[in-house]
Design a protein around this ligand. Structure first.
Ligand code: NAI
Length: 722
């Protein structure tokens, strides 16, 4: 179902959340107005959002698309909105007053929602008209909205099912959210359970006299959670926000026998007294002092040097699959075992205690923790992995044979959500060295590379060319790894340049060029996520179109390893920008610098993506979007090589000279810029450009400075400026 709601949204409240939500809406192309009490407060709030780190916006220019106004002067913006999303202070009276004030201005078919994190939704709507109540619900976004895809949708008993469905579909289809339906209970699912477990970890650390570093070493990636683990996460969320949510939950959950865990631990209360509330105050459990991090000692409550918290059992178990290692760790007779028995077991038991009262299914519950907190496994998946009997719970599994147990004990098969399928959900037609061939259905085939970070080795290029030689049909090209591709195999290049195997290198480059060209000979789409760099990007550029996830980092950073893009990349950038000398000169600068965009929006702005390419904003819909696109695209022949108007060579020289004068380029970078110029300004045809790419590449590889750059990158993962 496609959410049939118009695209005009009015956000009320320009604080942390309102501004972040408005920024996200503008990023993804909705028409947004943002209102606050006064022009001063709306401007201040929005200016803070513009300075947010990590940035709320993909590119700063998008900020100008948000229309700023006040609640008294711009009621007409409310009147034209398809959806009014309230994110003002967390006070029941203020929210009620606001809705009463705006109700008569709302369009009769507009949706209305509150972003409250702790108030009862039905109480906010009390006293409002029937027409209002049937389309009013909670839309609980997570901070920062650009990066956290979870949205808890909380209807009241009076919200009609039609409106709930309409809103859920709109949020998934047009707002890039994963929606979980929650019940109108205190803190919904995420805060009720998530906040309790965050505070429980602090209590446990204090009781067991473990350090901040030790607990963070245990509760980060080791437990399948983000690096922010426990204490770093507290600082990021803000201890003030945690305290507000905890006290609200404590007050409202009078029948919860476990609510006393929500009372503030000693260290947290002290930090709050000192106003050291975390990241936004510059200090909390951690404080940055110059380049060093200092850490709060939980016993003395003073900062001290951060210690190395490498725990032998954590290091030893880390290589095991997550379910295994947690099951094993819980039995350990060391600080890890002690902590997990005292913390993880109660946390999982608490999830079991809460499940039916706050969620519609354990799958929903797990999804909240995975999508909102970045847990690799939700609590019920973890209970299954450890074995309920070891936790004092039932040994009956929650998940079995692709089915989920409901609260009556029956196993139900969850609905297949085709738009969210990943490559690995599709059947494998053939498995080759370095890639799988999968059937995406509807006549679309996928090639999914399986190399680490999508690296292209010469063997992989050969195998792909061989498979594609007889390929007919429609293709999606992507990767099953963490990244689309970090590029061509640098180890191979270094080895063969040191051994002076120039022909071997040239043959591999030729294969890379041929693969990129072959991609355009049938309808093909590159499905790009994570990093899409160098040789990987050159293959993507050959496809009929690129479908890139919004957060994908795209670029041609070859100069950072002393080379120029030579798998058609330089020639293709020449073609893409040949109608504008200025654009071409600018691109020569980017290639000389080796610029990689921070996201797909920036890649478009830099000129790496073309109009045919699509940015996919929903983080979980890349494959379905790529498949949809593959069904419509045509083959992409190489366009004609136009003669350039104007003094392009001189313009490139000037641009590079400016960068050199600013200290952005070394002499060796400048030499690489010369080679790029040779392809841009001197090549007389596409074929000549491809020859020049390979020839210049070869020249650069002979040089010690280039070899030093490659070696340094391989050894440190960082570029060498020499
Ligand atoms: P905030 O305090 O940063 O911002 C509130 C904004 O609302 C201020 O700019 C204030 O001037 C404005 N405001 C107050 N009364 C108003 C009125 N009558 N009309 C228009 N504007 C008015 O608050 P924050 O943190 O952005 O929270 C907003 C809502 O989002 C709250 O309900 C909160 O519970 C919820 N929330 C907050 C999260 C967070 O991490 N901060 C996360 C998820 C939800």
């Amino acid at each position: 179902m496609d959410g049939n709601l118009g695209h005009k949204v009015c956000v009320i409240g320009a604080g942390t959340m309102g501004s972040g939500i408005a920024a996200h809406f503008a990023n993804i192309g909705l028409e947004v107005s943002l209102l606050d009490l006064t022009s001063q407060s709306v401007t201040d709030g929005f200016e803070r959002a513009k300075r947010a780190r990590p940035p709320h916006f993909y590119i700063p220019e998008t900020a100008s698309l948000v229309r700023l106004g006040t609640i008294s002067e711009n009621l007409d913006w409310i009147a034209e909105a398809d959806w009014v999303c309230e994110a003002i202070v967390e006070k029941l009276d203020a929210k009620r007053d606001l809705f009463q004030h705006i109700e008569s201005h709302l369009r009769s078919d507009a949706m209305v929602s509150t972003n409250t994190s702790g108030l009862q939704i039905s109480l906010i709507a009390e006293g409002m008209s029937e027409s209002f109540k049937r389309r009013f619900l909670g839309t609980h976004f997570f901070n920062p909205p650009r990066f956290l895809k979870l949205l808890e949708l909380i209807p009241t008993d009076e919200t009609t099912i039609v409106e709930v469905r309409r809103m859920a579909a709109f949020l998934e289809d047009h707002v890039a959210r994963r929606v979980v339906m929650a019940k109108d209970t205190p803190g919904f699912i995420a805060n009720r359970f998530g906040m309790w477990s965050m505070i429980h970890a602090v209590h446990t650390a204090e009781r067991l006299q473990l350090s901040v570093e030790q607990v963070d070493a245990i509760t980060g990636p080791f437990l399948g959670r983000p690096r922010s683990a426990s204490f770093r996460l507290n600082d990021l969320v803000g201890l003030d926000i945690m305290a507000d949510i905890a006290s609200n939950l404590h007050e409202r959950c009078v029948d919860d026998p476990y609510r006393n865990t929500l009372k503030l631990p000693r260290s947290m209360a002290t930090l709050l007294d000192r106003a050291w509330i975390g990241e936004k105050a510059g200090q909390g459990y951690y404080r940055r002092e110059g380049r060093e991090l200092v850490v709060l000692d939980l016993r003395t409550l003073a900062y001290r040097e951060k210690r190395d918290a490498a725990i032998p059992s954590v290091i030893e178990l880390m290589s095991q699959p997550i379910g295994h290692r947690i099951g094993a760790a819980i039995e350990l007779r060391d600080e890890v075992g002690d902590f997990l028995r005292e913390h993880l077991i109660p946390v999982l038991r608490y999830a079991d205690y809460l499940k039916e009262s706050i969620s519609h299914s354990v799958n929903d519950f797990d999804r909240v923790m995975k999508w909102g907190f970045g847990w690799e496994m939700g609590p019920f998946e973890m209970i299954d992995a450890i074995g309920g009997d070891k936790l004092g719970l039932s040994s009956t599994k929650f998940y079995q044979d692709g089915k989920v147990r409901d609260f009556q004990g029956n196993l139900e098969r969850p609905k297949v959500e085709t738009e969210y399928l990943a490559f690995t959900d599709y059947p494998v037609l053939d498995e080759r060295e370095g890639f799988n061939i999968r059937d995406l259905g509807d006549g679309v085939t996928a090639i999914c590379t399986t190399t680490k970070m999508g690296v292209f080795s010469p063997a992989l290029l050969k195998a792909l060319l061989e498979f594609l030689a007889n390929f007919t049909g429609r293709l999606v090209f992507g990767s099953e790894a963490k990244a689309f591709s970090v590029g061509f195999d640098l180890g191979f290049l270094l080895e063969h340049s040191q051994a002076e195997h120039w022909d071997t290198v040239d043959a591999a480059l030729n294969d890379l060029q041929q693969l990129s060209i072959r991609m355009g000979e049938f309808p093909s789409v590159a499905a790009v996520h994570g990093h899409c760099l160098g040789g990987g990007f050159e293959v993507a550029l050959g496809c009929s179109a690129i479908a890139a996830l919004a957060e994908a980092q795209i670029g041609l950073p070859e100069s950072r390893v002393g080379l120029l893009p030579s798998g058609t990349g330089t020639a293709r950038m020449r073609l893409l920008h040949q109608t504008s000398t200025r654009g071409l000169a600018e691109m020569a600068k980017q290639l000389t610098l080796g610029t990689v965009s921070a996201n797909a929006g920036e890649a478009r702005k830099l000129g790496y993506l073309s109009e045919n390419d699509v940015i996919v904003y929903h983080p979980d819909r890349l494959i379905s979007a790529a498949k949809k696109l593959a069904l419509t695209v045509e083959p992409k022949p190489v366009p004609p090589w136009n003669q350039l108007e104007g003094p392009i060579g001189g313009m490139i020289d000037r641009g590079i000279e400016e960068l050199r004068a600013r200290g952005d380029l070394t002499e060796w970078d400048k030499a690489i810029g010369e080679q790029i110029k040779s392809v841009f300004a001197k090549a007389t045809s596409w074929e000549d450009a491809l020859y020049r790419e390979r020839h210049e590449f070869n020249e650069l590889m002979h040089h010690a400075l280039t070899q030093a750059r490659m070696k340094h990158m391989l050894e440190t993962g960082k570029p060498l400026k020499n």
